[in-house]
Design a protein around this ligand. Sequence first.
Ligand code: FPP
Length: 253
Amino acid sequence: MDILESIDRSKLPKHVAIIMDGNGRWAKERGKDRVYGHHEGVLSVRDIVNASAEIGIQYLTLYAFSAENWNRPKAEVDALMELLVNTIRKEIDELKKNNVRLHIIGDFASLPEICQKELNEGMDMTAMNTGLNLVLALSYSSRQEIVNASKRIAKKVADGTLKAEDVNETVFNEHLYTSQFPDPELMIRTSGEYRISNYLLYQLAYAELYFTSVHWPDFRKNNLYEALLNYQQRERRFGKTSEQIQTNSPQHV
Ligand code: FPP
């Protein structure tokens, strides 16, 4: 049977988060420059965005550039920023056509102005779309996000607009970049690394983690379907026992 047909559409994760790793190694294995790997990686981004929209995933968050990535050689950083601008420009019509809404999380102000402008246009032009929410994590650091949220909450407590005893998980969540999105149920990392790398540390508390040795430029629709199928075969218990889960709900929880 076709792998796509094996996927139960009623038990899809609402939110899939991906660490797109391995562009550099993929390029090196072919005797090419790292930037070539990033260019090929964009083709995977397009394929995975389309597949996610088609199958009915509601949120897809892609780790496109971490706060730590600023420390890479300038030529690579510049190439990635240029690739980002060109990709948004080139793909915007396709995003509109496919009812995809673009969002950004991360330290937006640290991005070059041209990127900010292109991304703002992309977000505005897709703001009315109701299908897949495509969230790009750019200049993103989860620790920074948590520290910033704590700072904003502390300020509100200090100026009296929030009581310390009213700070709970809901309030904390409202101060994260991801406040409008549900937590990811599935996190995929490509390229054989078993790390979270400062990605959505708070939001991934109960996510299923899926690691594959496939490098990002080779990760296409069928690899996503495999990850979804694997996710559907897992039992999500949220701290309960297996028996409780089966008694309370025969459905996937
Ligand atoms: C990790 O591979 C990948 C990145 C740091 C950048 C990801 C960017 C893209 C896929 C292209 C641009 C994205 C969009 C959304 C337009 P790596 O370079 O760390 O690979 P390595 O671990 O093999 O060195």
